[in-house]
Design a protein around this ligand. Structure first.
Ligand code: FUC
Length: 773
């Protein structure tokens, strides 16, 4: 086929959104999971839209208690041989007991997930901005919404013949939150406003139209940790303004604009001086100028991708909660909701990290939104699935630079993790176990069953994928030492399994699953769980490939070419036809466990594929059938990606339906009860955990495009219900930008933009085409 790059008219214009991009509601939020998230990667705001007593939950992504600590057990290395000997002898329970005694962290670790007041710390809520209005009686025509296309939220209603509108945004241009209160009749704006935080506010000054607060979080060692500050300023047209106690009271104004900013000393600056300066800059600009600057920064990012999944009857006019309920009954009647959910994931990426900012933090378990002081699991960076899932969509969804705060964190951990490699194995290179925080925590967790898996290899998948998508050689040169030193650790610490002769990690666990031993006991600690075998293989492959791409001729990479032959195969199929989770074909204690770690090789890695390894793909399918479709929010999201990689679009959509199961419950469950999606489209583990949002969004992209099998695969897992549609701006490995238009389930037009003259292999519906760009 002769390929024409120019494309038809459809693809000529710049991208604008094909569908309405609003989440909207007919009532104020009753609980936090109904409030609408705004964020610019540093500060966040979640207004509840209440008519008379509105609360806006405030956040700042570096609002972390705790402090730097060394939680490595430097005696651990003296136990490793004993642990390995017990594992060789099949005494996993005894090995596990020894790991729990001598091979975990020292001190309090994560504080069992409640670490706000121990050195590990916790990501915390910043505070509340409360408004008291004085609308007597029932207003009418109430509506609140979040417009993803402009990153703004609104509350609107009519009361006593006056139309009130509140507009909220956190600016992408300035580090400022903006709230504008409008009415269509003069002198109608009357309110009292105050700031509240549950603890550690040392200074709270209300002065005219300003509030300045500051304090310090506990360092977990009995002292003060990060200092924080926030400033608010109320600018009014007309009316009067006065203070009463800690409140700013505005009466009879025509209009009011509230500006806010917050920061902490995490960034290396004095937070009070910072908020003073930022606010001073902002207050000299008009609302229109702030608004325009925000638009100019935000819109081009959001509009890099547009997705339309055509519906016979668009459902934009139906409130979001009702759409959710209907989608759960029949996802095929509202494809627009799937497209909205996809873009919501991109919106959350854009809002929860700020690659432009020095020391930017990546999104944590909460993104950057939290209403508690003690967030679930410390709102940290869990590294046995969660922080990774937070980044699964960034490359394919054309937000590659939004990967870089996570990549910076990985580089940082790689330095800290050298101590952990020494402490536990006396080994070269670096390692990090299954959780980290902004303080660079790398030690194992407090308990083997969940805390003994290493994550350094998995994190290298992110370093490598960023290269795969960008093709940036300078970047690859920069990260090569990090990849290499991660491989050095595994190479030095893996042991030869006496039964099979393969080289495997030891001790480790398959996150966070356990199995039944012959003696009937339950254990988790093993040698060479499948996920480790896949991760190490992938890491070795990346080091070898990087060495070749960069012409380094590194002897270490050459050595890996030999070592890779000593690893277990990426997949071993059990007697029951499933992918084995461990070296032994153990009976799982929980066959439906939410983690599906042994399918790492299906997604995010590339070992299992219906194209290149159909037998393994069949075993993966069987594995998923036995594991079941249910699970926590993120577990469901992962399964969308699995089914997409197996090219089963209908099953992927079925899991998307389950991911969007209406949820309200905030109580933690692990088995899938109460999991799904809250009214504000936040993912319910439960409780709220943002990984499922990012995973679900990545899953939708994966249904539309894949590029891991040495080809750009168009619509690899299109469900029947998504018969017609178009997508523009998705990315494929090799730094290609891809637009696709389809009808009746078939590609009718596509465009691949890349380097002119390059050869690309394109797959569509079994057809393979060589294309010259
Ligand atoms: C992992 C998961 C849990 C939860 C926690 C934050 O430990 O097993 O389900 O998501 O991270």
């Amino acid at each position: 086929m002769k390929y024409i790059l120019a494309g038809v008219a459809l693809f000529c214009a710049g991208i604008s959104q094909a569908q309405d991009m609003k989440l909207w509601y007919k009532e104020p939020a009753q609980q936090w999971e109904e409030t609408l998230p705004l964020g610019n990667g540093q500060i966040g705001m979640m207004p509840d839209g209440k008519i008379n007593d509105e609360a806006i939950v405030l956040n700042e992504i570096s609002m972390w208690s705790g402090s730097k600590q060394d939680a490595n057990n430097y005696e651990a290395k003296h136990s490793v041989l004993d642990i390995q000997r017990l594992l060789f002898a099949g005494k996993n329970d005894e090995a596990e007991a020894l790991v729990n005694r001598n091979f975990v962290c020292v001190g309090e670790g994560s504080g069992q997930g409640n670490g706000a007041n121990v050195p590990y710390g916790a990501f915390q809520n910043f505070g509340y901005l409360n408004f008291l209005y004085f609308h007597q009686g029932q207003p009418s025509a109430y509506k609140r919404w979040l417009d993803l296309a402009e990153a703004k939220a609104y509350t609107a209603f009519t009361h006593d013949g006056v139309q009130y509108t509140r507009e909220y945004f956190t600016s992408f241009a300035d580090n400022i939150g903006v709230i504008k209160l409008k009415a269509d009749k003069k002198k109608s704006i009357t309110f009292a406003m105050h700031f509240y935080r549950e603890e550690h506010v040392d200074s709270h000054r209300v002065n005219g139209n300003e509030i300045l607060i500051s304090g310090a979080l506990p360092d977990g060692k009995g002292g003060k940790g990060l200092r924080f500050a926030a400033k608010f300023k109320v600018l009014v047209k007309g009316g009067t303004l006065q203070n009463h106690d800690n409140q700013i009271i505005v009466k009879g104004a025509d209009e009011a604009v509230v500006l806010y900013t917050a920061s902490t000393s995490y960034y290396g600056h004095d937070p009070v001086a910072y908020v003073e300066k930022e606010l001073k800059k902002a207050e000299t600009k008009s609302y229109a100028a702030l608004d325009k600057a925000h638009d100019t920064e935000y819109k081009p990012l959001f509009n890099r991708v547009s997705l339309q999944l055509t519906d016979a009857q668009p459902k934009d006019q139906i409130p979001t909660v009702e759409r959710l309920a209907a989608f759960y009954k029949d996802p095929g009647q509202d494809n627009g909701l799937a497209a909205l959910y996809y873009q919501f994931g991109r919106y959350l990426t854009l809002s929860s990290t700020a690659p432009k900012v020095a020391k930017a933090l990546p999104p944590n378990l909460q993104g950057l939104w939290a209403h508690q002081i003690q967030t679930p699991w410390n709102g940290d960076y869990h590294l046995n699935i969660n922080a990774q899932m937070n980044h699964w969509g960034v490359e394919v969804s054309n937000l590659s630079e939004y990967h870089t705060p996570f990549i910076a964190m990985i580089k940082n951990i790689a330095v800290e993790g050298k101590k952990t490699a020494k402490a536990y194995y006396d080994a070269p290179g670096w390692v990090v176990y299954m959780m980290t925080n902004p303080w660079g925590y790398t030690a194992p967790g407090e308990h083997a069953s969940w805390g003994a898996s290493t994550a350094s290899g998995w994190l290298c998948n992110h370093l490598w994928e960023h290269y795969q998508f960008t093709g940036d050689r300078d970047y690859l040169r920069e990260i090569y030492p990090v990849l290499k030193e991660a491989a050095e650790f595994y190479k030095a610490t893996m042991v030869k399994d006496p039964k099979t002769g393969w080289y495997v990690t030891s001790p480790s666990v398959s996150p966070e699953n356990g199995f039944r031993m012959e003696n009937g006991k339950r254990a988790a600690v093993v040698m060479g769980p499948t996920i480790d075998n896949q991760i190490v293989r992938e890491l070795y492959e990346s080091v070898i490939a990087a060495d070749q791409l960069l012409n380094l001729d590194d002897a270490f990479a050459k050595a890996l070419q030999e070592d890779i032959k000593l690893l277990p195969p990426a997949v071993r199929v059990s007697k029951s036809g499933r992918v084995m989770e461990w070296l032994e074909d153990y009976e799982e204690v929980e066959p439906q466990h939410r983690h599906v770690s042994h399918l790492y090789g299906l997604y995010p890695a590339h070992f299992i594929s219906p194209v290149s390894t159909p037998e393994w793909a069949a075993a993966a399918k069987k594995t998923l059938e036995v594991r079941g479709d249910e699970g926590t929010g993120w577990s469901r999201a992962w399964k969308i990606l699995f089914w997409a990689r197996l090219h089963d679009g209908d099953h992927a959509l079925e899991i998307l339906r389950q991911l969007l199961q209406p949820a309200l419950n905030q109580q933690t469950t692990y088995g899938g009860a109460g999991a799904g999606t809250y009214p504000n489209l936040f993912c319910a583990h439960p409780p709220f955990q943002i990984d499922g949002n990012f995973g679900g969004s990545a899953g939708i992209a994966e249904m539309l495009i894949q590029s891991h099998d040495d080809a750009i695969h168009l619509l690899p897992a299109l469900p029947k219900a998504w018969a017609d549609g178009q997508v523009k701006g998705l990315k494929a490995r090799g730094n290609y930008t891809v637009d696709i238009q389809w009808k009746d389930g078939k590609v009718v037009d596509y465009k691949i933009a890349g380097k002119k003259g390059e050869q690309v292999r394109v797959l569509k519906k079994g057809e393979q085409i060589e294309v010259t760009l």
